[in-house]
Design a protein around this ligand. Structure first.
Ligand code: UDP
Length: 314
């Protein structure tokens, strides 16, 4: 079996490369290295079943030979990154998704879209289940990502309905773990870096906004099940950990786990920062037989040696 993974050098993409290689698949990884890093996948370069192609999926996409599965994971995912590259973000989730879907149609391959909890915007209901239609700003700074992911979902469903491509959509909620770029601005790597360097931990707003954090190993297992299960064409699944935490709690937890003397300081809340985010994962539990195993404490403890090595070099 052969899988093409776009965004293979990214945080989640690189863990998917590892998972599919372990499961005996031939893996072709694609990345333009805008936000992905070669070091995330350098361990797999000597694997005979792994091929890496540096490529930007906003260009016409073709891969020789058969393909059974395409995982479309290319896209800057951190708010700092996608606001720095707003137009490329919109291109990758429009032109890039179009090219990846066209290739899936051509090869008769299954197609898995990495969508996001951002399609729910600043939700008015909690928890968010797959039927919730969201509360998204069309023009705010986050719209380049939110609307692009919504467009990608609509396009994927059009390929499912018109061309019968076996499409599945994963709405991925906040995920963390090794290989997250400590400088990408997302809350967990930022707080860990600040705590380890004994710098102030920067909570935005009053810290009462919530997120629900899923450990990468749990997320990869969920994506693998969604990718390999038969009979779920055209289905959308929330994947995430429903354990909801305030950002101030996360700051305190990371400070405690690192025994850091860092003070917690408050900075202005970015525009349109969602107030709450908590997935309902009832559908994934029932149909995929999946639920996260790691609590936030367990995941952070397991990931901490990697972050220490990366940030402190020890
Ligand atoms: N956040 C924070 N301090 C930081 C970075 C982020 O308080 O240094 C907050 C941010 O305002 C948001 C939450 O943490 O409420 C999660 O932010 P992140 O960028 O990780 O992802 P998001 O869930 O907003 O896409």
């Amino acid at each position: 079996m052969k899988v093409l993974i776009t965004g293979a050098a990214g945080f989640i993409g690189s863990h998917l490369v590892e998972k599919f290689l372990i499961q005996g698949w031939d893996v072709v990884g694609l990345d333009n290295l805008l936000t992905g890093k070669l070091e995330n996948i350098e361990d797999y370069f000597q694997e005979p079943n792994f091929t890496f192609i540096k490529y930007d999926v906003t260009n016409f996409l073709y891969v020789k030979g058969k393909l059974d599965l395409i995982l479309h994971f290319a896209c800057p995912a951190s708010p700092v990154h996608y606001m720095k590259h707003p137009i490329h973000t919109m291109k990758v989730d429009s032109l890039g998704t179009l090219h990846a879907l066209g290739l899936a149609k051509e090869k008769g391959a299954r197609f898995v879209l990495a969508s996001s909890s951002e399609v729910y915007g600043d939700p008015e209901v909690s928890p968010q289940d797959e039927n919730y239609r969201g509360n998204v700003s069309l023009t705010g700074p986050r719209s380049v990502y939110d609307e692009a992911k919504r467009f990608s979902e609509a396009l994927a469903m059009a390929y499912f309905r018109q061309h019968r491509v076996d499409v599945r959509i994963a709405r991925i909620f906040n995920t963390y773990g090794p290989r997250m770029d400590p400088d990408d601005g997302r809350v967990i790597p930022t707080f860990i870096k600040q705590a380890l360097l004994k710098e102030p931990i920067t909570v935005f707003g009053d810290g009462t906004q919530t997120r629900s954090f899923c450990y990468i190993k749990d997320m990869v297992e969920g994506i693998y099940r969604l990718s390999t299960k038969e009979g779920i064409s055209g289905e959308v699944f929330n994947l995430g950990n429903p354990e909801e935490r305030t950002i101030i709690e996360v700051a305190q937890l990371i400070k405690a786990l690192t025994s850091s003397p860092s003070p917690i300081v408050f900075k202005p809340l970015p525009q349109d920062d969602p107030k709450r985010r908590k997935p309902s994962i009832e559908k994934a539990k029932k149909i995929l037989g999946w639920k996260p195993k790691y609590s936030l404490e367990e995941g952070l403890k397991e990931a901490m040696p990697w972050f220490r090595g990366k940030i402190l070099g020890s």
